[in-house]
Design a protein around this ligand. Structure first.
Ligand SMILES: NC(=O)c1ccc[n+]([C@@H]2O[C@H](COP(=O)([O-])OP(=O)(O)OC[C@H]3O[C@@H](n4cnc5c(N)ncnc54)[C@H](OP(=O)(O)O)[C@@H]3O)[C@@H](O)[C@H]2O)c1
Length: 281
């Protein structure tokens, strides 16, 4: 493993410079970018060069983030992004994967020693020790036991008005707040964001997968996309890419605002850390 202080090279904006990996994203201070009623919403993915964010794997029921792309240097930045959030958006899938032992990790910010500086930083910044958790789900198939480790955080389940009423009641009986956003079973992104804005969330980190990202893209409310491109080609024909859902019309143009090269991970390949903000279609 390479030391987290081993620098990356900033390629854009020019001029290029070496920067420490540790602290690279914490410096963005995303928690100061939103305002009451207008949360700053950001999302993060790691993809292979051929666009895979997850792949089918032998013996696994669900697709998983490929071991060939996941790496500790990217994971450090994933944790730094969580460090700046007052709310994480995840999905029912994450908790079902947890039951199956197939989730990638616990929800951030990690309790490991190596992330102690991020947890301390949050407190210094006046943020609560851990971000709250919003779980998007239409099925409400969320195993209650998997929520236990997170009961010290505020947990909300976000679903549509036509979701199963019995399941809503069970969640509420277990002291889980349920928000119905939108007239159908599926969550309507705009209704969800306005409900979260009313609750005064100001920095929202979306860590779910392609359907959740699509729901958010449709709203036009994504402020930043953090995209790590691991320089490996995986092939295969059973995988997820960044988005899944109806074609976006208009398409969403994203402008590059920062680009870093990390030659150290994955070993023998390297990766790029790209940061995009909405541009023109
Ligand atoms: N490489 C990466 O950076 C990265 C990042 C994230 C995820 N992944 C991987 O990608 C794979 C797919 O992720 P995923 O299944 O979490 O992604 P997803 O396609 O975003 O959907 C997950 C679940 O979210 C809920 N959901 C999505 N949109 C919804 C809406 N509009 N209304 C209500 N519920 C909605 C549904 O839950 P219910 O089924 O409960 O209704 C759905 O099954 C996983 O293997 C994951 O590990 C990779």
């Amino acid at each position: 493993m390479h030391d987290m202080e081993t620098p990356v090279t900033r390629l854009y904006p020019a001029p290029g410079s070496k920067q420490s990996l540790e602290g690279l994203y914490l410096d963005h201070r995303l928690h100061t970018r939103g305002s009451p009623g207008r949360p700053f919403i950001y999302v993060n993915f790691i993809t292979s060069l051929d666009g895979r964010i997850s792949i089918a794997a032998a013996g696994r029921k669900t697709r998983v983030v490929p071991g060939a792309t996941a790496n500790r240097r990217d994971w450090r930045l994933y944790q730094e992004l969580a460090g700046q959030a007052d709310l994480l958006i995840t999905s029912g899938r994450f908790f079902r994967q947890s039951v199956a032992g197939e989730a990638q990790d616990n929800l951030p910010v990690g309790n490991e020693d190596e992330y102690a500086d991020i947890r301390d930083w949050r407190i210094e910044q006046g943020l609560p020790p851990q971000p709250d958790i919003a779980i998007m789900s239409a099925s409400l198939d969320i195993p209650l036991a998997t929520l236990e480790p997170y009961k010290h955080r505020r947990i909300k389940v976000i679903t549509g008005e036509k979701a199963d009423q019995e399941r809503i009641a069970t969640l509420r009986d277990n002291n889980i707040e349920v928000i119905c956003a939108g007239p159908d079973k599926q969550v309507d992104g705009r209704a969800m964001i306005s409900a979260l804005a009313e609750l005064n969330y100001q920095s929202i980190y979306c860590i779910a997968g392609p359907a959740v990202f699509h729901t958010m893209l449709v709203t036009g409310a994504i402020d930043r996309l953090y995209l790590t491109i691991a320089h490996r080609l995986l092939g295969g024909d059973d995988y997820d890419t960044l988005t899944r859902g109806a074609r976006l019309d208009p398409v969403r143009g994203m402008q590059l605002v920062q680009l870093y090269h990390d030659p150290h991970s994955p070993e023998g390949a390297g990766q790029m850390f790209c940061i995009f903000e909405p541009g023109q279609p």
